[in-house]
Structures are given as structure tokens and as C-alpha cells.
Design a protein around this ligand. Structure first.
Ligand SMILES: Nc1ncnc2c1ncn2[C@@H]1O[C@H](COP(=O)(O)OP(=O)(O)OP(=O)(O)O)[C@@H](O)[C@H]1O
Length: 278
């Protein structure tokens, strides 16, 4: 394990083929240590497959993926025993993890105001997520991967879970990889983006760099289009483009995209290319 490397996770030529076809193809990327990375893509993009491969729960068909930090994984179904009390769940966490930090896991549950004697089956979705998070963090990971941790939570619980997670990351310098198909959940916290669609990476990198390399361009629809267009929509009078460029000919009005505009542009482009290919 290369603990002091600047890279938390790296994949090269990573692919996974199920019987019905490829779920993931030719994925090459690196996550910087200490980053808060968003793994974004529509349903079926391959996000869960990528996370399972990264955690050794699936074997790649091609390529490899390697973590250079001590990893914890919170799967989408947040596996907890419904009949166990929270205290019993923590004891189960302790018995399964030799390097368990019980004081830390207990503190996280207490901070979430989840009663230790309550049975898991009686907890709200938000409370269950906080318990699952405490168990994942109890082994003191340097890299935590969470597969759609917010998907079954109401807006208040989403905010609280994210706040708790980001506070831990800020305190410990932990690397975080969060998957979601809703970028809005991650936009304000992530500094690195991996955008997956149709099993392929369409965009990957430091968020500030990616934003600074792109522009939203708005102009009359009869202007000549720049060459580096990612996505475009046109009405009879006006064209709105996302381009990987920072300059354009006179006539275009330019502004830096928001992360949501950037991601949506790439997702639309991936969908259109797939539709055209189909
Ligand atoms: N065990 C499996 N056997 C066969 N095909 C699978 C299996 N798991 C996933 N797939 C297929 O692989 C593709 C990627 O699925 P995956 O669950 O990784 O996507 P996802 O981005 O996590 O989707 P979602 O956002 O809906 O959770 C999909 O086409 C899916 O049907």
C-alpha cells in the first residue's frame, strides 16, 4: 500500500463484462488523495460496477483498479441487520474489523442522535445511513467510497448526512468518492469529477480545471459554430453551446459553466451519440 502517494485510487483500461454485455469499458483515471470526488452518471452507467471492482467485490474482465489507501465501502443497500440494535451493529462491526476504533464509531452514532438501544429496523432512512456510515468509518479508512448514499433520504437528511461526512473528511483528510445520478447533491462539495455514461468515462478531472477549460456560448443561430462543441441546443434565433474552449469568434457571448451545466452537457452528448449509434 503506497500510503504517502498523491493518488488514492487508480484504474487503467478497467472493464467489466456481464453475460448481457459490457457494464464498464476502458476506464482509466486517478483520484487524488484527499479529494472529494463525485462519480456521476445516469441509471445503468456503471457506477456500482466501478465501485464493486474498486473494492475487490468483482473481478475485472480487462485492466485493473488499485487503491493506494486503506479503504471502506458503503454499498447502495447499506447492509445492516434490521433485528440488531445499533449497539449490536457496532459490536458486529468491531468483530469484523481488527483495526476497529470503537470510541470513534460510537461518537459518530451519538453525534447523529441515534439511540444505541434502538433496533435498526425501527430507524429512519437518515438514521440508518448515519449508522452505516459510522460502521464504515469505524475502521478508520483513508479512502471511503459511498454508492448513492443519499438516494433514499429526504432533503433534510441528505443535508445532515453530507454535513457529517464532509466534517469527517475535513478533520481527517480522508479521500471520498461518492456516486450519485443527482449532481446537485454533490456540486457544492466535490473538487474532482468522474462522469460515466454507458459504461465509459466521458469526463474526469479537477473540477476547477474542467470548468476553466469550458465555456457556455450563446449567440445568433446563424453564426459559424466553433469546432470544440460538446453539446448544443438551437432555436430559430439563438444557439446555446457547451464547448471545450475558452475563446470564440466575435458575436458569441461566453461564460464559464456551472458544474451542473458542464455535467449535463456531457451527459446529453453521451446520450445523443448513443442514440445515433443505436
Ligand atoms: N450482476 C449483474 N449481472 C448482469 N448485468 C449487470 C449486473 N450488475 C449490473 N449489470 C448491468 O451493468 C450495467 C451497469 O450497472 P450498474 O449497476 O453498475 O450501473 P449504475 O450506474 O450503478 O446504475 P444505477 O444508478 O441505476 O444504480 C447495467 O446495464 C446493468 O444492467
Amino acid at each position: 500500500m503506497r500510503l504517502d502517494s498523491g493518488i488514492a485510487l487508480e484504474a487503467a483500461g478497467l472493464g467489466k463484462q456481464y453475460r448481457r454485455g459490457w457494464a464498464l469499458r476502458d476506464c482509466t483515471f486517478e483520484l487524488p488523495a484527499g479529494s472529494i470526488s463525485a462519480l456521476v452518471g445516469p441509471n445503468g452507467a456503471g457506477k456500482s460496477t466501478l465501485m464493486h471492482l474498486a473494492n475487490g467485490l468483482l473481478t475485472p474482465t480487462t485492466g485493473h483498479v488499485r487503491a493506494h489507501q486503506k479503504v471502506a465501502f458503503l454499498a447502495q443497500d447499506k447492509p445492516l441487520y434490521r433485528r440488531f440494535t445499533v449497539a449490536e451493529m457496532l459490536r458486529a462491526g468491531e468483530s469484523m474489523n481488527p483495526d476497529w476504533d470503537n470510541g470513534y464509531a460510537t461518537k459518530l452514532v451519538e453525534e447523529a442522535d441515534v439511540p444505541m438501544h434502538a433496533r435498526v429496523g425501527t430507524l429512519s432512512g437518515g438514521q440508518r445511513t448515519r449508522v452505516a456510515l459510522a460502521i464504515a468509518l469505524g475502521r478508520r479508512p483513508q479512502l471511503i467510497m459511498l454508492d448513492e448514499p443519499l438516494s433514499d433520504l429526504d432533503p433534510l437528511a441528505r443535508t445532515e448526512v453530507m454535513k457529517a461526512l464532509m466534517a469527517e473528511a475535513a478533520d481527517t483528510g480522508m479521500t471520498v468518492l461518492l456516486s450519485s445520478h443527482v449532481l446537485a447533491d454533490l456540486e457544492s462539495v466535490c473538487d474532482h469529477l468522474v462522469l460515466l455514461a454507458g459504461g465509459r468515462i466521458h469526463l474526469c478531472g479537477d473540477v476547477e480545471d474542467l470548468l476553466s477549460q469550458h465555456r457556455i456560448m450563446i449567440g445568433p443561430s446563424d453564426l459559424a459554430l466553433p469546432s470544440s462543441i460538446v453539446d448544443s441546443s438551437t432555436t430559430a434565433r439563438q444557439a446555446t453551446l457547451l464547448a471545450r474552449a475558452t475563446h470564440a469568434e466575435a458575436g458569441w457571448e461566453l461564460h464559464e459553466p456551472s458544474l451542473e451545466e458542464l455535467a449535463l452537457g456531457y451527459l446529453r452528448s453521451a446520450k445523443e451519440n448513443k442514440d445515433v449509434a443505436a
